[in-house]
Design a protein. Structure first.
Length: 309
């Protein structure tokens, strides 16, 4: 659990929310440090930074914002907190790693990563989230062609699914029409970014970089629970084999939050939080849904048991 996102860009539309605001804008280096300190009384598990770079010249603007990001990371580490950085571009991801982040929330999608970037991740022992399908959720919704996947139909809560399907039925406004038009116009670029994203995912995993299965669920078009299975299917499309997918959903998730000594693999002394499947998970992804037992904090129960009590 973390608090408001510390951002490098003053995101419009969130003014006047007071303590309910989801963002802290880091105008200066001093701001960056004070915003970290504001979160400390709530005992967060980590600090999250949004390394957001508007405009065309990403490189120079990212380097301009870099001291604020570095100050926030240093302040968090001073209090023993891990740091996660939201970064889409290779340059923002690189600068965040050089500044000391523990975790990158996304895989770069603007350019193919090279061996120097991969070596930097290895040297700094950085873990990445996959988060490959969240962009498609926005495109389907705003493009007004969203239709639930089989996983959405089975596992997602019906209310948000209903609202996503019926976004196209909202009254036409400048906002809805503008979103639809912009989404459809960007289709070619989006397809290119998806291709880069999957290629980068494969390069990272093949190089031994820890990538954890992550969905960014709660974003528009990414329903909770079902988006996990949608994410796995997309990662498999990128070339990951079943063993790599299993690692990404177990030990790599634990590494991401710095808890690999507590959970993420089966070993004496680790937390007994497990699922026991009735079919081999290395055969196909559908087998992951055949859960025989859930063991939580050492207590075993069968799915559906609690519903019958």
């Amino acid at each position: 659990m973390t608090g408001p996102l510390l951002v490098t860009y003053d995101i419009p539309g969130y003014e006047g929310l007071g303590n309910d605001g989801p963002f802290y804008f880091m105008k200066t280096v001093e701001d960056a440090r004070s915003h970290v300190q504001k979160e400390l009384p709530y005992k967060p598990d980590f600090i999250k930074i949004g390394f957001i770079v508007p405009g065309r010249n990403k490189d120079s603007t990212a380097r301009l914002y870099m001291p604020r990001v570095k100050a926030a990371i240093d302040e968090a580490h001073k209090f023993g907190l891990r740091v996660a950085v939201h970064a889409f571009q290779r340059i923002t991801a690189q600068l965040a790693v050089e500044a000391g982040t523990n975790h990158l929330v996304h895989i770069p999608l603007d350019e193919l990563i090279g061996p120097d970037f991969i070596q930097l991740l290895k040297d700094k022992n950085v873990v990445l989230s996959s988060s490959t399908t969240v962009f498609e959720g926005y495109r389907k919704t705003f493009g007004q062609y969203y239709w639930p996947t089989k996983n959405d139909s089975i596992y997602a809560h019906p209310d948000p699914i209903f609202s996503l399907i019926h976004f196209k039925d909202l009254p036409d406004t400048a906002l809805t029409e503008g979103l639809r038009r912009a989404t459809l116009q960007d289709a070619v670029q989006d397809k290119k970014e998806d291709s880069i994203l999957l290629a980068n995912l494969k390069r990272l995993v093949d190089a031994g970089i820890a990538v954890a299965t992550s969905t960014d669920a709660g974003n528009i078009g990414s329903p909770h629970v079902s988006s996990y299975f949608n994410e796995l299917a997309f990662m498999q499309k990128g070339g990951l084999d079943m063993w790599q997918l299993l690692q990404s959903s177990t030990i790599n998730g634990a590494r991401e939050v710095g808890k690999e000594s507590e959970f993420g693999s089966i070993a004496k002394g680790k937390r007994a939080d497990l699922v026991l499947l009735s079919r081999n998970p290395l055969d196909n992804l559908d087998n992951w849904k055949h859960i025989e037992w859930v063991i939580l904090k050492g207590i075993a129960w069968r799915p559906g048991e609690l519903l019958n009590k």
